[in-house]
Design a protein. Structure first.
Length: 119
């Protein structure tokens, strides 16, 4: 069973930066894609960024393009989300998710990490 553990959240002022990490543990991860999602209070969970685990293609929500970067370290089985020029609207719980090979969508989720951006 693969587990995802996020870290790196916290409180930051607007304009600042944070880097989130998502470490996979358990079985050796063999996946199709990894993604980051977020959920703000009283809002639906929304897509933030994703990438193919094999590398190459990355995808971003319009709201974070140019500010956030998704990357991965395959040797560490870890995915990162570098968040720059943060805005108060970025405040949310951020979730890491994995789409394992054969799954039709993201089928493994982390517990989430809180990001709070103060104005």
């Amino acid at each position: 069973q693969v587990r995802l553990v996020e870290s790196g959240g916290g409180l930051v002022q607007a304009g600042g930066s944070l880097r989130l990490s998502c470490a996979t543990s358990g079985r050796t991860f063999s996946g199709h894609a990894m993604g980051w999602f977020r959920q703000a209070p009283e809002k639906e969970r929304e897509f933030v960024a994703s990438m193919r685990w094999s590398g190459g293609s990355t995808y971003y929500a319009d709201s974070v393009k140019g500010r956030f970067t998704i990357s991965r370290d395959r040797t560490m089985n870890t995915v990162f989300l570098q968040m720059n020029r943060l805005k108060p609207d970025d405040t949310a719980v951020y979730y890491c998710a994995a789409q394992q090979i054969g799954a039709s969508g993201y089928n493994v989720w982390g517990q989430g990490t809180q990001v709070t951006v103060s104005s």
